[in-house]
Design a protein. Sequence first.
Lengths: 123, 274
Amino acid sequence: MRALVIDDSAVIRTVLTRILTNLGFEVVQAAHGKEALERLRGGPLPAIALVDWNMPEMNGYEFIRNVRATAEWRDLPLMMVTTETEMEQVVKALAAGANEYLMKPFTPEMVEEKLQLLGITGS
Amino acid sequence: MGISAEEFKFVSDFIRAEAAIVLEPGKEYLVETRLGPVAFQQGMGTIHALIAELRTRRNPALVTRVVDALTTNETSFFRDVAPFEHLRKKVFPELIERRRAERKLSIWCAAASSGQEPYSMAMLLRENFPELAGWRVEFLATDISTQVLAKAREGIYSQLEVNRGLPAPLLVKYFKKSGLEWQVDEKLRSLITWKEFNLAQKFYGAIGPFDLIMLRNVMIYFDVPTKRQILGNMRRVLRPDGYLFLGTAETTINVDESFASDTLHTACYRVKAA
């Protein structure tokens, strides 16, 4: 299974990649929403995309809106992984089409539990 | 400095007498990490001073604090997922069908800890079984620890806690953010009755009968005679066609043979037909 990790922090990308690799995923990375859209266009559809909110070029919220507006990506599971922790932000992300929402900081268990909720496993 | 073998023996005898919980040698680290903060909060400086004070038996409040610290366990919302799926797909539909005439359901979360399990079940019922709105649903949640029960009753959770196992759509629907914390809404909280309860007590008195008992991830702490006594008590307060859930790593096998595993789910048990 393939997972797309989208975050402008190289540290977070590395941490998430390590967690997801341990869960059996093959991980593709992108540093912002625009690059992530290119990854989606260029390769096979991942089983899940984990996306940060605040990023340059295109933020996570805009990325989610773009994905949901594209017919072939409409069912792609999306998880917001962000430092935005206000209720309004969670509501906004879900309304735009995020399937799950994980607040930073997170642990490997939290990532695994959220994936479990979505019924997504790595191998 | 770590605790001595003699201090560890005292603490393990103490917690066995108070809560029938078995602390095997090798769990010294657990005693140290759990009781260290209690010693600090009580202004006793060291864990050695705390243990010395505990020996005097002069301080009942300290006894409660120590029992709390040694029995409180990490948990998460919808822990292990699969038991909740089994509740949603099989157990609740069957119970609702069988109780349709009396329109009454009785549920007991017997090791409720900080409340994630009962609240998960309350959300599951709300989301999937709207027909229960007109029913009498009695929902009892108990734990031995007064400290965690107080927290559970308030329904206030940290960001780290709501990050664990709680689907975001349910966070939005059933919680309110207050400062840095999240609180379960009043409607959901009002469904549950919270009580302090020691599972290792000989007789359970006037509780039940229940249609469903959740006894998850607590039996592992007891020795076999206590497990047997608890399962015997559970059998007496469970309705003959009721369900008992244990933790994923727990079993009734070789403890109480009057239970049989539900065919579709190994941690769900029913009383064997006589």
